[in-house]
Design a protein around this ligand. Structure first.
Ligand code: FAD
Length: 189
């Protein structure tokens, strides 16, 4: 079977590239696939380029040439609020949408609701702009077909898929018994 990675000709980071840099299907650095903190100002060596300004980083971001060695990592490379999303901001927003949508999905969905939820899930590997995220998600959907039969099962399904990404990124596993608390009810008083 041809994986989505092979289909899209996605290149995984080569050892010679700076950590975190991701090449997109077009062979160029993929901005939205890469965490903002892994982008660097251009390497001209001039005084002005060594200033770690937001403008400089965004210019590098926009030109697609802004990666540098890990030694030059800026200490405050937090994505400014007015900048386009990076892989992390996009991920947080998307997970919020998906988990919240699952939390408010009906306990007994109609055929129409189930079909639309399946459409939403299957659209992600096609449309999600972080291409390697989308390709991995496509593989996971094939391994674990979505369960859209009820609110509870769908919430669990999303939680498990999110945990697979957490595991891949070395993050803590989330306790799926707490999805309603996190995404619907809030913490107990
Ligand atoms: P997030 O992981 O975004 O989580 C947001 C909040 O959700 C957390 O604060 C927590 O309260 C809650 N939460 C955490 N885990 C769960 C869970 N299992 N169930 C319910 N709630 C939970 N990034 C990559 O670098 N590589 C990838 O391949 C990649 N694939 C992705 C695929 C998809 C479909 C999506 C939507 C995102 C993907 N991301 C990927 C982004 C990544 O998952 C994170 O969103 C991003 O790294 C920011 O992480 P975070 O620690 O801020 O919180």
């Amino acid at each position: 079977r041809v994986t989505k990675h092979e289909e899209l000709n996605i290149t995984t980071p080569k050892p010679s590239l700076p950590p975190g840099m991701v090449i997109g299907p077009d062979g160029k650095p993929c901005k939205i696939c890469t965490a903002f903190r892994n982008w660097r100002p251009p390497t001209s060596g001039t005084a002005s380029s060594s200033k770690k300004s937001t403008a400089g980083m965004m210019a590098a971001f926009a030109s697609g040439t802004g990666f540098r060695s890990p030694e030059s990592k800026p200490e405050n490379a937090v994505l400014p609020p007015h900048c386009p999303p990076d892989v992390e901001a996009l991920g947080r927003a998307t997970w919020s949408f998906l988990h919240a949508t699952a939390a408010y999905y009906p306990a007994r969905p109609t055929t129409h609701q189930r079909a639309n939820m399946l459409n939403l899930i299957h659209a992600l590997p096609v449309l999600y702009p972080c291409t390697h995220c989308a390709a991995d998600f496509d593989d996971k959907i094939k391994e674990h077909p979505p369960d859209v039969s009820s609110r509870e099962r769908l919430s669990k399904w999303f939680c498990e898929r999110h945990n697979e990404v957490n595991e891949k990124l070395g993050k803590e596993m989330f306790d799926c018994a707490k999805v309603d608390e996190r995404w619907k009810d809030g913490p107990p008083d």
